[in-house]
Design a protein around this ligand. Structure first.
Ligand code: SF4
Ligand code: SF4
Length: 189
């Protein structure tokens, strides 16, 4: 899929997000790394697909397919993506969760438990990921842990940049469209 974000921009984004984390310390100790280790059965129970998809062009950072991940390719037209998405979407699965090559973990892992949300007027917000779309319980969400301000700000900065790409903006708009804003938890910046 064509996208406007260069490899070096993605690399800078990875570096920025390497410097922050949702809380001070390893949140995986709170939950046994639930977001890394949710299995097929957990997903089947909620009728969810497992796997981490890469944003358009994020695959440019991975010179060699493989490493910590199993790689799969689907056609965007066959998945739950905006109409503007056409062609290849890369899905990866971790071979030995929760261990991975940390500096190469994909953006979806780095933002979690935050998600971008576009309001009707086009304003970008950050929300806590809606739990009903998860096959596991994240205590940072369920117990409303206070998240690091640096993490929130860095995530917002990155999303503001990413949605300048039309395909990524379409994705965020697509994911935002059916959310009930009264049920969302918005993060202060
Ligand atoms: S983000 Fe949530 S589910 Fe994932 S390791 Fe941290 S606390 Fe656990
Ligand atoms: S890439 Fe790493 S952080 Fe992300 S789900 Fe896999 S094991 Fe967890």
């Amino acid at each position: 899929m064509k996208n406007t974000i260069r490899k070096r921009t993605y690399a800078a984004v990875y570096r920025l997000l390497d410097r922050v984390s949702p809380i001070d310390g390893d949140c995986g100790k709170l939950c046994g790394s639930a977001c890394c280790c949710a299995g097929e059965e957990d997903a089947a129970a909620k009728d969810l697909d497992l796997g981490i998809y890469l944003l358009p062009g994020e695959d440019k950072l991975f010179a060699k397919r493989g490493g910590s991940f199993e790689w799969n390719v689907i056609r965007a037209e066959d998945g739950d993506f905006p109409d503007s998405w056409r062609g290849k979407v890369y899905f990866i699965r971790c071979k030995t969760p929760p261990r991975c090559e940390r500096r190469m973990r994909p953006l979806q892992c780095r933002f979690f438990p935050l998600a971008p949300h576009l309001l009707a007027d086009g304003a970008l917000k950050l929300i806590l990921f809606p739990m009903e779309h998860l096959p596991y319980t994240c205590p940072l969400i369920s117990e409303r842990y206070p998240l690091s301000t640096d993490f929130i700000r860095a995530s917002y900065t990155v999303w503001r940049r990413l949605i300048r790409d039309p395909l990524i903006r379409d994705l965020v708009a697509y994911d935002s469209r059916d959310r009930n804003t009264d049920e969302l938890v918005f993060l202060d910046l």
